[in-house]
Design a protein around this ligand. Structure first.
Ligand code: PNS
Length: 156
């Protein structure tokens, strides 16, 4: 079964990779789908994020990395997937995820959202905090794959 794991992945963290691995234990194939998000100011371009995600998932069988524009449910339908995977860390994620899942269900009742909890060692990680640590000159190597740490460093 094919599932879609959508997100900004700006940048991908060990928490995201943990969710990818968990999703693959349930769904045989997973498309990690990077959204061309209109309202955010990203640190990496979509192309850079795709490149990073491809590099860090190269050795995980069953993963495909792709970008998408427009509505997530339209993309899922185009790909023939009726499952969306999202990671749920803490209660603070819940409201936003609840809103998105139910909105998506309202506009596409045939697509189900499934939530997976990352390992507790990653449950406090967020791309936003990684960006902040990195922008302030901190070391993020415990939180993100090497390629991300290097590319963040290169951004100065
Ligand atoms: O990693 P993020 O930023 O929490 O991911 C949010 C994402 C990309 C899953 C969400 O913004 C999304 O689905 N965007 C695509 C546009 C869309 O379908 N919006 C309606 C969702 S209710």
């Amino acid at each position: 079964m094919l599932a879609i794991y959508p997100g900004s992945f700006d940048p991908v963290t060990y928490g995201h990779i943990d969710v990818i691995e968990r999703a693959l234990r349930i769904f045989g194939r997973l498309v990690v789908a990077v959204a061309h998000n209109l309202e955010k100011t990203p640190i990496f371009t979509v192309e850079e994020r795709l490149k990073i995600l491809r590099a860090v998932t190269r050795e995980i069988p069953g993963v495909e990395v792709d970008g998408f524009e427009g509505l997530l449910v339209d993309y899922a339908r185009r790909r023939g997937a009726n499952v969306i995977v999202r990671g749920l860390r803490a209660l603070s994620d819940f409201e936003y995820e609840f809103q998105m899942a139910l909105t998506n269900r309202k506009i596409a009742g045939d697509i189900e959202t499934v939530f997976l909890m990352p390992s507790e060692q990653y449950s406090y990680l967020s791309s936003r905090i990684i960006k902040e640590i990195s922008a302030l000159g901190g070391d993020v190597s415990a939180f993100v794959p090497d390629i991300v740490a290097r590319m963040l460093k290169a951004q100065g």
